[in-house]
Write a protein that binds this ligand. Structure first.
Ligand code: PMP
Length: 289
């Protein structure tokens, strides 16, 4: 595997980062998760915009232009002969000392990893995921905006640990005000009486898959609402699904023991899964050129 690290394409064994890197010491940095399908990078511009916005929000200057970063991502795919891939650009504050002051970090570390990663949830796309509402709350935007896709994912990992202990596939976060936020690594939607509803994005990550699914739903003539949701909306939904670059569109069949709908992926979810798959095969930035 060939990794991009600070201006060079190197074998994985040579892709070494300092133990004084603040990405490691403090989770001080940002990242993206992007997929390429069939030789094309899906929604690359949107992912780059979010990466640079996340960096700006934490006052981190990425030492590459967006165009240069796009080229690095394409070259990483070419170097690894990948046409279908999951791509992980990472920018950390860089090497500093053991104090947390970012002024001690001379220059950011830039990494791009690309791997083969098929359907994240295997046969659960046909059967649906089981989920729980976890007790740990999503980090409030007043403390650390969930819209910053930062390297500090401990909040999300705590949610995942809770789901793991309960033996289910996914965790659903609430915010500190009692509204539904998102999954551990994906956005959440409910379908009720033919209407698709998803929470506004102050208390969750403004997902790019979320945006694509909202576009697809609107183009199908399905009514889409962005409004706050509570437990009641989850438990009584006809359908629930989550969206994310890694997860794609994944149906939820059970939440806190309540069976959602008839316990099978619902018709609107299945329509959106199919339309999303079509979009991923069609749109995108070619890896070559
Ligand atoms: N929420 C969180 C916490 C995530 O990590 C992700 C994955 N990036 C998402 C939502 C979905 O975002 P996207 O569709 O852009 O991958």
């Amino acid at each position: 595997m060939i990794i991009y690290l600070d201006g060079r394409f190197v074998p994985e064994e040579e892709a070494r980062v300092s133990v004084f890197d603040h990405g490691l010491l403090y989770g001080d940095g940002v990242f993206e998760g992007i997929r390429a399908y069939n030789g094309k990078i899906f929604r690359l511009d949107e992912h780059l915009a979010r990466l640079y916005d996340s960096a700006k929000a934490i006052d981190l200057a990425i030492p590459l232009t967006k165009a240069e970063m796009a080229e690095v991502i394409k070259e990483t795919l070419r170097q690894n002969s990948l046409r279908d891939a999951y791509i992980r650009p990472i920018v950390t504050r860089g090497k500093g000392d053991l104090g947390l002051d970012p002024l001690k970090c001379a220059k950011p570390t830039v990494i791009v990893i690309a791997v083969t990663w098929g359907a994240m949830y295997g046969d659960l796309y046909d059967n649906g995921l089981r989920a729980i509402c976890v007790s740990v709350r999503r980090t409030p935007p007043e403390s650390m905006p969930p819209n910053v896709k930062s390297l500090n994912y401990l909040n999300n990992i705590l949610a995942k640990i809770e789901a793991n202990y309960r033996g289910v596939d996914e965790a659903i976060f609430f915010d500190t005000k009692g509204h539904v936020s998102e999954g551990s690594g994906d956005n959440i939607f409910v379908v009720k009486d033919g209407v698709i509803i998803t929470p506004p994005t102050l208390n969750n990550l403004r997902g790019i898959t979320r945006m694509v699914v909202l576009e697809i739903a609107a183009s199908m003539g399905i009514t889409v609402l962005e409004r706050d949701l509570g437990y009641f909306d989850l438990y009584t939904a006809d359908e629930v699904f989550v969206t994310g670059t890694a997860a794609e569109v994944a149906p939820i069949r059970e939440i806190d023991g309540r069976v959602i709908g008839n316990g099978k992926p619902g018709p609107i979810t299945r329509q959106l899964m199919a339309a999303f798959r079509t979009a991923t095969q069609k749109d995108g930035t070619p890896i070559e050129g």
